[in-house]
Structure formats: C-alpha cells, structure tokens
Ligand binder design. Structure first.
Ligand SMILES: [Zn+2]
Ligand SMILES: [Zn+2]
Length: 180
C-alpha cells in the first residue's frame, strides 16, 4: 500500500514503506508497457512542521520495444523519489506546485496521502529517450520490414521500383543540388 494515513504519520512522524507491488503495466507517452519484474518500493516518509518529506527508491524492470527493430527490450529501472508536500487549504487533495519539480500542495484535511503517482513518475523518468536492443541494432528493412539483425545479408526484392522510395528522392535532390 502506497497510501499513508495522515493520522498515523502525524503520530509516528516517520514511516518507512517497504513494498513489493505486482503491477501489470505502465502507460507512458501513449504506449502501454508491461512490467517484467515486481515494483520494489523503498520510501522514507517524514512529517515535520506540517510538511511531508518523501525520499527513496523504486526498482523494477519493464519491457519496451527497441526503437529501431521493435524487438522487446528488458529495461532495468532504478528510480529515485524525492518529494515535499506543503499544506495548503485551497487545494483539493494534491496539486503540483508550478515551476517547482517535486513540490506539491496538499489539503491538510485529507485523510490519506497516496504516493502511487510519485512511484510511477520515478519509473517513467528512468525510461531512456531512445531504447535500443543493442547499441548497433540494424533495425528493419525500410522496404519490407524484415529484421536486419537476423538477416544481415538481406537484399530487398521489394526495392525494384527505386523511384518510389522516399530515400531515393532525397538522395536525388541532394545530388542534383550539389551538382550546381
Ligand atoms: Zn533493435
Ligand atoms: Zn527488405
């Protein structure tokens, strides 16, 4: 459970969350990616002078397709959570403070503080901009889509009509302009 009861937090001042969650999939930039390993959450939550400080780590593995050849790639996720919650009677539940990453307002009359979003954010931040199955992935043949890692000597027979290839047109343009 990533939900903390405020009453407990105010009483204990410090709470340690050590959870292993069996989440199924994560949504990220319009895609849905399955988890390959349980999500291990290790958080220290501290209540001090009305503010709540959350700090810790998130470990898991997700499956993401290679950006070049679309083969599934196992990504190790070692994320960090760092958040401060400041009481503000004007907000409902929780609101991120504009221009202050990791700072949130919370409704001081709220019963529970849910840290799920912080854990999901920590995972998403760890997903690289470019996911490759290996640094030198050859990708897919642009004409027929065959995996060029598995068929390194592939000569495409669907490449007969060269004038239809956008690459051919590009080549032609740059060649012609160079000639002038
Ligand atoms: Zn690849
Ligand atoms: Zn091909």
């Amino acid at each position: 459970m990533l939900k903390i009861k405020f009453e407990t937090l105010k009483h204990e001042q410090k709470i340690k969350i050590d959870e292993t969650l069996n989440w199924k999939e994560i949504e990220f930039e319009g895609g849905v990616y399955p988890y390959f390993a349980p999500v291990k959450v290790d958080l220290n939550v501290e209540f001090s002078l009305g503010k709540v400080y959350v700090q810790g780590s998130v470990k898991t593995q997700i499956i993401h397709p290679c950006d070049r050849c679309l083969e599934p790639v196992k990504l190790d996720i070692n994320g960090d959570v760092e958040a401060v919650y400041v009481p503000n009677e004007k907000v409902k539940e929780v609101e991120e403070v504009i221009d202050e990453i990791g700072t949130f307002y919370y409704d001081p009359y709220m019963e529970f503080l849910d840290l799920t979003d912080r854990v999901v954010e920590a995972i998403i931040l760890e997903i690289p901009m470019k996911v490759l199955c290996k640094p030198d992935c050859k990708g897919l043949c642009p004409h027929c889509g065959i995996n060029l890692n598995e068929h390194p000597d592939h000569v495409c027979d669907q490449d007969n009509d060269k004038t239809e290839s956008p690459f051919y047109i590009l080549k032609k343009i740059s060649f012609e302009s160079k000639g002038e």
